[in-house]
Design a protein around this ligand. Sequence first.
Ligand SMILES: [Zn+2]
Length: 161
Amino acid sequence: MPELVSKILAIERLKQEGEAGKCLMCKLNQNNDFVIFEDEHTTVFLSAYPRFWGHTIVSLKRHVECFSDLNEEEYRFLFENSRKVAIAIEKALKPLRTYIASVGATENKLNTCPHIHVNVLPIYENDIKPSQVFTWENGIYTGTEVEWGHLKTVLKSAMNA
Ligand SMILES: [Zn+2]
């Protein structure tokens, strides 16, 4: 079973890996072992710091920070792929509910950034409130190499089905 680790531990781990002040999405678009799908405008990958096991990110390849700077084709690719990820998550992971949301930050931080991306999150518990979905206060999940490999395989095949 994937293990829940505390926010403090997750932030410490990120500090070791992270480069403060750099765009996290640009970095993850270029160098990422968790990619499950890619096309001309987007990179789709598992969150390495998932609030819920199976949390997947659809990231725009181009560094764009505002929806007004996104062209229609990029917007379509971003959200059509988010829909495909949500369907793949529903088929493969059978959550009670799936959230799709574009969140981020106004400045670069260790665990988020302003670069436009969409989060697709499986929710497995009945009593989760929307305000609990994007916080690390209750910890984040991590898995063994086998668990990560399995998650990547099932989502990749559901995505391409
Ligand atoms: Zn960027």
